[in-house]
Design a protein around this ligand. Structure first.
Ligand code: XBP
Ligand code: MG
Length: 248
């Protein structure tokens, strides 16, 4: 049996449901700040999420919805403004962790299962989300935090997961990725990682073949998780024993 050595966490949609009421309004406030009349509605943003990375998403919007390309520096400035807005939201604790995330992180720490992060989002967003929800020390819980522009290609490319595996010094077969979206699942699977998906508000209808299981969330006392694909843990809570069972 392959022993589970590390959990590799996606952030947006997996650790916290950040997109609809976090990143999306932050983008809209940044556009307002510079006098742009761009307004990303809930539905339009759901379409734009096909492109990962905030700067790439802005450029994709310009090309495909406005029929023009914006200068990279202009897009980078817009993205810096957006990130400032998003960080301000995180600092107020406005964006909580999803059910079961804190519980499973703490169980992994207590059991010696290593923790890592593989995300497309900006590193500061990860730091602020973890600090706001888990306290100052939380960053130290993770052996590796792979985020944003540190790899040439973002999800669905496998780059960020391959980077994290190399830094961990572990084979993919001894690790398990936790994701929320089709783009993230494709990325993790392309890196050879067994992957559990907990769908988020934008990914309920994503095609998610090749996941070990698809759940509505990780579950916690009084809020049992349910399976969309495969079977949910009998206890209603994803724990290390259940994840280990997925690996064998
Ligand atoms: C989700 C993303 C990110 C966020 C926005 O990342 O694609 O781009 O939507 O964050 P993941 P930035 O699911 O891999 O955590 O604007 O900082 O990119
Ligand atoms: Mg995600």
């Amino acid at each position: 049996m392959t022993a589970l050595k590390a959990l590799i966490w996606d952030v947006d949609g997996t650790m916290a449901d950040t997109e609809r009421d976090g990143h999306r309004p932050a983008f809209n406030r940044a556009f307002e700040e510079v006098g742009l009349d761009w307004e990303w509605s809930v539905d339009l943003y759901g379409e734009l999420l096909a492109v990962t990375g905030g700067k790439e998403r802005i450029q994709h919007y310009c090309r495909n919805f406005l029929g023009r390309e914006e200068r990279a520096e202009y897009v980078a400035d817009l993205h810096r403004r957006k990130t400032r807005r998003f960080l301000a939201m995180l600092e107020t604790g406005a964006i909580p962790l999803r059910p079961g995330v804190k519980r499973l992180l703490e169980q992994a720490r207590a059991s010696g299962v290593r923790l890592a992060i593989a995300t497309t989002t900006t590193p500061a967003n990860v730091e602020f989300l973890l600090r706001a929800n888990l306290g100052e020390q939380a960053l130290d819980w993770f052996d590796v935090i792979g985020a944003g522009d540190i790899v040439p290609s973002k999800k669905p490319a496998p780059d960020i997961y391959e980077h994290v595996l190399a830094e961990l010094g572990l084979p993919a077969s001894e690790c398990l990725a936790l994701e929320d979206s089709r783009q993230g699942l494709i990325s993790a699977r392309a890196a050879g990682l067994p992957t559990l998906v907990t769908v988020s508000s934008y990914t309920q209808k994503d095609p998610l073949e090749d996941a070990l299981a698809v759940l509505d969330h990780l579950g916690e006392p009084g809020n049992p998780c349910k399976a969309r694909v495969g079977t949910a843990p009998a206890s209603g809570q994803v724990d290390l024993d259940w994840l280990q069972g997925l690996l064998s």
